[in-house]
Design a binder for this molecule. Structure first.
Ligand SMILES: [Mg+2]
Length: 339
């Protein structure tokens, strides 16, 4: 069934339209602006739009303590949630953290987890404000929820997956594939002193949520965005399914991380297209808005790349420089579909 299929089934069980992303219209009565099927939920309060998102990380599925420090785990558990807040163009407020820990977990490890989380919270303007701790029999479980906001008057500018339209240019921030390359380096024991490996490890261990970029995109007039967590092509497929369109992506335009090109030339393009855990922002906008947005991101010191366009035909096509369809081995990350 896959994660996307499961979400559709559960959405139907909650009384929404089974097509993820189409639920909010049925539920606007409660002030809900965005329901299931986007990066975060959003609802209206008298003076603000509130957004909420949550992510669960399970040992052995999402992280491996053999090569992940508790400090980095704390950073990353918050980062993946802040990335979803960024993908709505909102600002984070508070985080709630629930841990399922084995009884023999050293307290120093738990302290390191919170220290890593606090470092990112401080630079992100987010406060860790509570949570829950329980004991588990085997695998460690981490759940973080983040609440954020934006001014009520700006409710119409929320970044939405479904706001893409055929003809819009398609952009992505930063570089792609570095996290997958870093994970590969950790799994295979690549020499960390080799030039470029450190950048890949950093990308995997401490992803940088694009909060400033999300705000800048919104200010530039962009209205369609999502974060790239499951791999560019997998996430683009979700954006297109929600927006009711397709996309054409130029393979030679993908911003492959430079360290990947030199260290893993054979895998670089596949990881950039489908490696996952990039936590960059994928966005779509009319041509003039896209130019403004790319310029605004440059002022933040964050490169952004035009990688193609949204089209009427519902497929996601990858093309070469001559416009011919090509195939990239890019499995993506499906939480319920991978071995
Ligand atoms: Mg997301």
């Amino acid at each position: 069934m896959g994660e996307f299929g499961l979400i559709g089934r559960l959405t139907a069980a909650l009384g929404g339209d089974a097509a993820a992303g189409q639920v909010e219209s049925a539920r606007l009565g409660g002030g809900l602006l965005v329901g299931i099927g986007d990066d975060a939920a959003a609802w209206m309060q008298p003076n603000a739009v509130l957004v909420a998102t949550t992510d669960m990380l399970v040992e052995g599925i999402h992280f491996n303590l053999d090569w992940t420090s508790w400090y980095d785990l704390g950073w990353k558990a918050l980062a993946v949630n802040l990335s979803d807040v960024a993908a709505m163009g909102a600002a984070p407020g508070v985080a709630l953290v629930s841990l399922g820990l084995r009884p023999d977990t050293p307290i120093a490890d738990v302290e390191a987890f919170y220290a890593g989380m606090q470092e990112l919270a401080t630079v992100s303007g987010c406060t860790v404000a509570g949570g829950d701790t329980v004991s588990v029999c085997s695998d460690t479980v981490i759940n973080v929820a983040v609440l954020g906001s934006m001014p009520a008057a700006e409710a119409g500018t929320l970044l939405r997956r479904g706001h893409g339209r055929p003809g819009y240019r398609l952009g992505v921030t930063g570089f792609l594939g570095a996290s997958a390359g870093g994970l590969h380096a950790l799994r295979t024991g690549v020499d960390v002193t080799v030039s470029g490996v450190g950048a890949l490890l950093d990308a995997h261990r401490r992803p940088q949520p694009r909060l400033e970029a999300g705000a800048a995109l919104r200010a530039a007039g962009v209205r369609c965005a999502m974060d790239v967590s499951d791999g560019l092509l997998a996430d683009l497929g979700k954006l297109c399914a929600t927006a009711g369109c397709g996309a054409t992506v130029r393979a030679d335009s993908l911003p492959v991380h430079p360290a990947l090109r030199s260290l893993f030339p054979d895998m670089a393009l596949g990881w950039a297209a489908g490696g996952g855990e990039d936590y960059e922002l994928l966005f779509a906008a009319p041509h003039d808005v896209m130019e403004r947005a790319v310029a605004a991101l440059m002022l933040l010191g964050l490169p952004a790349t035009d990688i193609g366009e949204l089209v009427t035909d519902p497929d996601v096509r990858i093309v070469d420089g001559a416009g011919q369809s090509v195939t990239i081995q890019a499995p993506g990350w499906d939480h319920f579909g991978h071995a």
